[in-house]
Design a protein around this ligand. Sequence first.
Ligand code: LLP
Length: 463
Amino acid sequence: MSRSAHPAGPRHADVLPEGHYAAPPTDLNVLDPKVWSQTVARTADGGTTVGGIEVARLAEEFGTPAYFLDEADFRARCAAWRDAFGPDADVFYAGKAFLSRAVVRWLHEEGLNLDVCSGGELATALAAGMPAERIALHGNNKSEEEIERAVAAGVGRIVLDSFQEIVRVAHIADRLGKRQRVQIRVTVGVEAHTHEFIATAHEDQKFGIALAGGQAAEAVRRALKLDGLELIGIHSHIGSQIFDMAGFEVAARRVVGLLAEVRDEHGVELPEIDLGGGLGIAYTSDDDPREPHEIAKALNEIVARECEAAKLRTPRISVEPGRAIVGPTAFTLYTVGTVKPLDGLRTYVSVDGGMSDNIRTALYDAEYTVALVSRRSDAEPVLVRVVGKHCESGDIVVKDAFLPADVAPGDLIAVPATGAYCRSMASNYNHALRPPVVAVRDGEARVIVRRETEEDLLRLDVG
Ligand code: LLP
């Protein structure tokens, strides 16, 4: 690949959408700690390590594509959330971001609780020994079987998402001779500044019961009447990948407003509120996420202030971060297969994975960055699009980023911040085999979710 065929600088800026990298980073060999997990480091000879292990060695041992999860970073993030909220609050990790038995054990050891949203997630949580009382069950259309399993197991709370579910859970609890602790999920009418598909607090969508028009107050009325339910609080989740604290604050204020209404009407002070997950992370160097202690401080202050104004006892707060805990802790390692320079436009770098291991770029226009990690290169930066091996042109992993112009087949490149919603949303499109998740810590690497095999595919194909 000749240098002149891939000019860097202004010509590249011309074809980039506004707001994206206006210019390549000054040194592509430097890995921005904002987007890479804590223990990722470059070595003197130009390689890269995570948890003290060379990525080239990891690729040899585990193959590519593969997700490498920095366990120390994961645990540190759990601890940061736990400590930021303190003993008078509860942190529920949102398992949908990424769940495996090892992750459940780490959460347990780090003192976190777990939010599950399906029978499969519940089964994983229980199989790995998470005490049922530390599990919350979510979902806008939980099946009777899922509800029954959760109630029978004794989950700490079920978050009721609809009027039908209030009755459904109450009946099942009655039948099992139990009284189930529940929260009611409300939509507070906030337009979260994020992608439409992951905003969840405006009224025109499927989740929750609207505060508007007295719907949520009616839900509380009904829930309080049912013997099978112990209504412990109100839940709000406004969306995901959010940077602006204003939405959380408005939500907190409106949820406390409902607590005051409930107290006035029923003489009952609900003891808990859950303000959901949604805190954004840095996918590229342009992102500036808030830290757990900042969100804890903001939420605690606003809830305390609103409660004081309404003369309410301050409820116990819980939150449900998923992405903010696991997202930054992993990167996906790929091997470059083909390189196709398009003069004056960009270079297509095809890797051995694609939309089957990261659907977020195609689905949400998500932005990622990429780095050459198997060697150092001082070649000039070239604008690249990292694409997969699937049969469609929308199979894009990283839309616009820079790699050294000498990137070549056989190089290892890594996409950081893929810990959340990548393996958990991975598919078998084109009968791709879903990549393994390898946990790395203190010089040791171990597979926590193994690579899928052709036998796995054929086992499901029983025709
Ligand atoms: N709590 C509830 C009720 C949720 O629905 C979610 C995410 C969370 C907590 C955790 O949100 P987080 O802290 O991870 O933002 N697949 C999308 C994200 C969908 C989020 C769904 N609910 C993505 O890849 O961006």
